[in-house]
Design a protein. Sequence first.
Length: 227
Amino acid sequence: MKIYDILCDSSSLISLTDSDLESIIPFLQKKFPIRFLIPPSVEYEMVTRPIDSDLREFLFSAFKIKKDINNGVITKVSLDVDEETQKLLRIANNIFFAKGKPLRIVHLGEAAMIATAKKLDVNTLLIDERTTRMLIENPFQLKSHFENEFKVNIMMQKKNLNDFIDYVRGMEIIRSSEIVILGYENDFFEGYNDLKVDALRAALYKIKYSGCSVSFEEINSFIGTVK
């Protein structure tokens, strides 16, 4: 049986754990042959650093993710992608320019995740953070977003843009909202009986407020299809 791999960014796991929805991961693994993978950079950001530094705001989420790693619910993959990560950072952070200065839009952990996906030939990335997702899905829409946000003309370095597009070609981005919806479609909310649609709506609101870049319009549109 083919295993379907999903490489997870810290943003998506934060949305799920902060919303007390992390149990949806093992639930879906019982339904489908799915592996949820994380690179060491995500483990460090979500588990190692909060625990070692006693970051109390993030400790409970850190322990929940650590338990899932220890139990095999989340699989850590360790690959040497340092060179590719640095290459990606140079390219991605020199695509957009405001007043002649490059916009630093991709962080180390995100670049390492993309490089890991490329090396593993994993095509599905779970990312809630908007900027990296938009850069992969629609960089020209991201340019318009920056122009609206900064109120200046944004220039694009076409070679770097094309190099980045070539690198991520074939990669599909999903968000924790899609994970929650997939759970709903496979009876994750059945225990709520007649309130399961309301529970779904509440769960989607919760992950939005926990950092998932899903709009109210998207939530309402999907809820309208299941009533």
